[in-house]
Design a protein around this ligand. Structure first.
Ligand SMILES: *Cc1c(COP(=O)(O)O)cnc(C)c1O
Length: 431
């Protein structure tokens, strides 16, 4: 029997994901986590999107070990290192140049929320404005600037102070299919008496991941960019969770023609689960003076090494993106089948997909049942009503089938058990 008492005795109550997956993990490879009893679990959660290339990818591990063995620099503040030069050149050559994009790279402290803080500070300084427009159900991290643009009330209140200088606008589809929320925003922003001032920036996730797998239409995104520029604001795309190939191509907005003024990346950027983040900013908005934004761990070279190796391994051509898109079709079929059988709506694109179940408690119960059957998967959405598929992109066809078979079983058990409970005045049903 696994002993979890060390964690309940010594670790803060703030611990979170571990509560859904009550075991002690010891090893991991690809899309499989193994616990101390040797039991394997299929990982359909992928480190919340930090493990797009799977756990311990052998090519990235080899690059990391070779780097460490060589005696090269591990920590360097933001001093020049050979590892950083290689990362910058590779990012430019593999991601930016082929798309006709030009960005300066700011290295924030190595987590997503720090990339967001950096983006907000740049936008405010570049425009001389204080306000930020964020979107319903948006999620951008847990530090105070990021909390101010986060939809979720309990997370926002966790900051313990009022978070200000932001306005929330309706995301694509938020007011129903027939309401064009770009028109709504334009009305607010063009009326000098609406109470909403033109912001420093609009910030969004093109697919709201934590917020319930809400996808914005590419045309909506293009029109948002136009609106932002019409009112003198910058457009910030937070591609922290749905970038790095999650939707198929490297950037979630690829193919839209949109060129964000500021772009944040983290989670799968290092490729190996090592902490790493960047804030990309168009050269004309690169307004920080030297050291105006700083941090001790902005030069974590091992992460730059694995990030470079990941760009070389997976993004030299579009084979990997196409393979993600092909496998996403398999995932779609299984998601559609869950929604058909148990009642719900399928959302998402590429390798981020969800079923928003009609029964808001179902997803949580399916997560528990799936774990008992050897699958790690999480929920999303305002009430945790969305079962969210976020497996590493390297998961095999057979693993997809095996994982969804377990999820189907778990869902069946949840929905057959749930029925007698919900029909409160009916006769008691015995199995
Ligand atoms: C995870 C996430 C963040 C925050 O990243 P951390 O590394 O957890 O600070 C910000 N934006 C999005 C879209 C995310 O998914």
């Amino acid at each position: 029997m696994t002993d979890l008492s060390t964690f309940s005795r010594l670790e803060s109550e703030v611990r979170s994901y571990c509560r859904n997956f009550p075991t002690v993990f010891t090893h991991a490879e690809g899309a499989v986590l193994t616990d101390e009893s040797g039991r394997p679990y299929l990982d359909f959660f992928g480190g919340a999107g930090a493990l797009n290339y799977g756990h311990n990818h052998p090519v990235l591990r080899e690059a990391l070990i070779a780097y460490l063995q060589s005696g090269a620099v591990t920590h360097s503040l933001d001093m020049h290192t050979a590892a950083k030069a290689r990362f910058l050149e590779t990012l430019d050559a593999r991601l930016l140049k082929p798309r006709g994009l030009s960005y300066k790279v700011a290295f924030p402290s190595p987590s997503g929320t720090n990339a967001i803080e950096t983006a907000l500070k740049i936008a405010r300084k570049a425009t001389g404005r204080t306000g930020i427009v964020s979107f319903t159900n948006g999620y951008h991290g847990m530090t105070l600037g990021a909390l101010a643009i986060t939809g979720n009330q309990s997370k926002r209140e966790g900051g313990g102070i009022s978070v200000t200088d932001t306005s929330v606008m309706p995301f694509d589809g938020y007011l129903g299919r027939n309401v064009d929320t770009i028109d709504v925003m334009r009305r607010y922003l063009e009326d000098p008496s609406s109470g909403v001032d033109a912001p420093a920036a609009f910030i969004l996730e093109t697919i709201q991941a934590e917020g319930g797998v809400n996808v914005c239409d590419m045309d909506w995104l293009r029109r948002l960019q136009r609106l932002a520029h019409d009112v003198g604001s910058l457009l910030i795309v937070d591609d922290i969770q749905v970038g790095c190939g999650r939707t198929g191509p490297f950037f979630s907005f690829d193919g839209s023609g949109v060129q964000p003024d500021i772009l944040t990346l983290s989670k799968s950027l290092s490729g190996y689960g090592l902490p790493f983040a960047v804030t990309l900013v168009k050269p004309e908005h690169d307004v920080f003076s030297p050291g105006e934004h700083n941090g001790t761990f902005r030069g974590f070279n091992p992460a730059m090494v694995t990030a470079t190796a990941a760009l070389d391994t997976f993004w030299a051509d579009d084979t990997f993106a196409q393979e993600t898109t092909r496998k996403a079709g398999l995932v779609r079929e299984r998601m559609e089948s869950l929604a058909r059988r148990f009642g719900g709506e399928v959302r998402g694109r590429g390798f981020i997909q969800g079923v928003a179940f009609d029964d808001p408690k179902a997803a949580d119960r399916i997560v528990a049942g799936a774990f008992e059957r050897g699958v790690v998967i999480e929920t999303a959405g305002p009430r945790g009503e969305v079962l969210k598929f976020l497996a590493p992109l390297v998961v095999t066809d057979a693993q997809i089938a095996e994982g969804f078979d377990a999820i189907d079983e778990a869902a069946e058990a949840v929905f057959t058990k749930a029925r007698p409970v919900s029909s409160s005045n009916g006769p008691e049903v015995t199995a």
